[in-house]
Design a protein around this ligand. Structure first.
Ligand code: DQA
Length: 142
């Protein structure tokens, strides 16, 4: 099984950005943690991060041609604005889990809309980095 883990804007700043909300661990720590888990559950994992909406659309489209079996995506702020990312996911038909490190539902009103949620099979919020592990397991177990 092949899973693509996509992180959107500012998630490369983990460890630096608002540590009270996102913690002190870095993006590299996140990747290492997911890699270790994927190895244990025999999943092939690929990691991509971008600050650019169009790049994320391209990554999702490419996942279709690469025959990716599942996508874990934290679209960052594009969660709340991007119909283009939603449409790209719909176009591929790839099972997708949406992850948010923070408790978005308890934050500002503008964070209460998620376009990706219209497509994602599951949305995991407020579980920190563990949310990504739960997302991988959900895709593995179907
Ligand atoms: C986030 C929540 C978003 O509202 C925010 O813009 C992010 C990160 C999260 O992981 O909690 O960049 O997706």
């Amino acid at each position: 099984m092949k899973i693509l883990i996509i992180n959107g804007p500012n998630l490369n700043m983990l460890g630096i950005r608002e540590p009270d909300i996102y913690g002190r661990k870095t993006y590299d720590d996140l990747v290492e943690m997911i890699k270790e888990h994927c190895y244990k559950v025999s999943v092939e994992a690929d990691f991509k991060q971008s600050n650019h909406e169009g790049d994320i659309v391209d990554m999702i489209q490419q996942a279709y041609y690469d025959k990716v079996d599942g996508i874990v995506i934290n679209p960052g702020a594009y969660t709340h604005t991007s119909v283009a990312i939603l449409d790209a996911l719909k176009a591929t038909g790839i099972p997708t889990v949406e992850v948010h490190i923070s408790k978005v539902d308890e934050r500002e009103a503008f964070r209460q809309i998620s376009y990706v949620s219209y497509y994602a099979k599951k949305t995991i919020t407020g579980k920190g980095f563990d949310g990504y592990i739960e997302a991988v397991d959900f895709l593995v177990n179907g």
